[in-house]
Ligand binder design. Structure first.
Ligand SMILES: [Zn+2]
Length: 295
């Protein structure tokens, strides 16, 4: 996104470093992300949008795709691997080779709508993963999005699709200032005011997400795991703590064990304070790694 932009490669380095230091990396199996084929992208995006990104001429350097979204000569490859990670993760989880799959990917995806890139996002990674799961025979998928920003792209793509339940918490008002899907019955939107903090988040999950998940009975949980609601994050003011991410992971794990045979695919979205991001990802992984780990 340009020099000194918070959506930078340093985010993934920070996560890797943390998992190495806290020892949890020793318990993870790492798989390289394949590139998503166009057919997988076109399940959720207009062919014209996919073609526009695939053929964008970056030979001159960075080009602007959207007011917040720059594309450089490496962006396309990264975006295809980011979307492809979700395809592989769904395959691994559905085959029973993994319980949780965490996709440490960038660029993020949840702002990308059916027909346009937005907000650092080119392709909607979590939507591509959901559509792949549906195409693989899964009947009902739930997408849980606790990024501080509203996942307008995911809502745009799945609004009204009874096979997909989309549960979100987000700071409001805040980017992307989009309220087009608030009336769709399969969208569970819980806007939170700035500075509302841990208690409001936990109440939103407990009182709004869990009853809908209980009645929906998803067969797979997908998580848009954005960590930019953290109290140290520079882009927003929800003031979640690192422990909130450990807590929500344990809640997600509980739901997954109750109705999904433990199957969870989480994909990185936002999170722009490097230490907070790294600590939050580590905390999020802990419940899935078991009780016996250091840290
Ligand atoms: Zn975000």
């Amino acid at each position: 996104m340009g020099a000194d932009h918070p959506e930078s490669p340093r985010r993934l380095d920070a996560i890797e470093d943390r998992l190495r230091v806290d020892g949890s990396g020793d318990f993870l199996q790492r798989l390289p992300a394949p590139m998503a084929p166009s057919a997988a992208l076109e399940r959720v995006h207009d062919a014209a949008h996919v073609a526009r990104i695939l053929t964008a001429d970056t030979s001159v350097g960075e080009i602007q795709i959207d007011p917040d979204t720059l594309m450089n000569p490496h962006s396309l490859e990264a975006a295809l691997h980011a979307a492809g990670a979700g395809l592989l993760a769904v395959d691994e989880v559905l085959a029973g080779r993994a319980g949780l799959a965490f996709c440490a990917v960038r660029p993020p995806g949840h702002h990308a709508e059916r027909a346009r890139a937005m907000g650092f996002c080119f392709f909607n990674n979590i939507a591509v993963a959901a559509a792949h799961a549906l195409a693989s025979g899964v009947q009902r998928v739930a997408i849980l999005d606790f990024d501080v920003h509203y996942g307008n792209g995911t809502a745009d793509i799945f609004k009204g699709d009874v096979r997909v339940l989309v549960c979100q918490t987000y700071q409001h008002p805040l980017y992307p200032h989009w309220a087009g899907a608030l009336d769709a019955p399969n969208l569970v939107d819980v806007p939170l005011r700035a500075y509302s903090g841990s208690a409001a988040f936990r109440a939103a999950v407990t009182e709004h997400w869990l009853p809908r998940l209980e009645s929906f009975q998803p067969e797979l949980l997908l998580v848009s795991a954005g960590f930019d609601a953290h109290e140290l994050d520079p882009l927003a003011q929800l003031r979640f703590t690192t422990d909130d991410y450990r807590w929500v992971a344990s809640v997600i794990q509980g739901v997954a064990e109750a109705c999904c045979q433990g199957r969870v695919v989480a994909m990185l979205e936002g999170g722009y304070h490097l230490d907070a991001l790294a600590n939050s990802v580590s905390a999020f992984l802990q419940p899935f790694l078991g009780e016996d780990l250091p840290g």
